[in-house]
Design a protein around this ligand. Sequence first.
Ligand code: GAR
Length: 221
Amino acid sequence: MKLAVFCSGRGSNLGALLDARDKGALPGAEFQVVVSDAKGAGALNAARERGVPALVVPRSAFHANQDGFERRLIEVLEPYGIELVILAGFQRVLGETFLKAYPQRVVNIHPALLPSFPGHMVWGNELEYGVKLAGATAHFVDPGVDTGPVIIQGAVPVLPGDDVEALSERILKVEHRIYPQAVAWLVSGRVELKGRTVAIKDLDPSPEETGASFIWPPLGK
Ligand code: GAR
């Protein structure tokens, strides 16, 4: 499956995906191109260093013209025959124009347990709200903001004394585990989307995993 990855920043999720590829955990995944909306994105170098062409489509060049930006993205992807678009820290919303070109073929990683805390820079809001569990969600992209069908989620505790840096780092580790898994399922054709419910074909979790619950703070004294 031919993949494009869209990034805006440092590209650690891109790195986790390429690590998974290099370990043989993403058979059939062909990383064709990385696209950034920002010139200075670290993800551009990260991609090139690992043999993936990287391009910039500066959002700033399109001012209020969101449609023009999305049409340009479609044009840029055209020669690569892309079958799946992976948003990995891409800080732009994609609307109907782009999504119609890639129906049910755009996925995103979000640093919260959706549907709680959609949008940008969510860690401070989680700390302010006082949630005890935070986490990450890999999901299909629909025209809303972080509202598409959930593929996989992972939870982490919010610990006493956490600040945005500590919490976001803990969540990022979960992102790096669940996003390659979601992409592996997608590439191997095991993801079934019915309405907004995602089922993974031939999933064979161990009994412990099936019964596992993650409770925080821990029960007891
Ligand atoms: C990640 O935490 C990702 O979940 C988040 O941006 C960070 C990018 O890091 N994405 C969003 O907030 C999307 N709204 P990375 O560039 O190191 O992968």
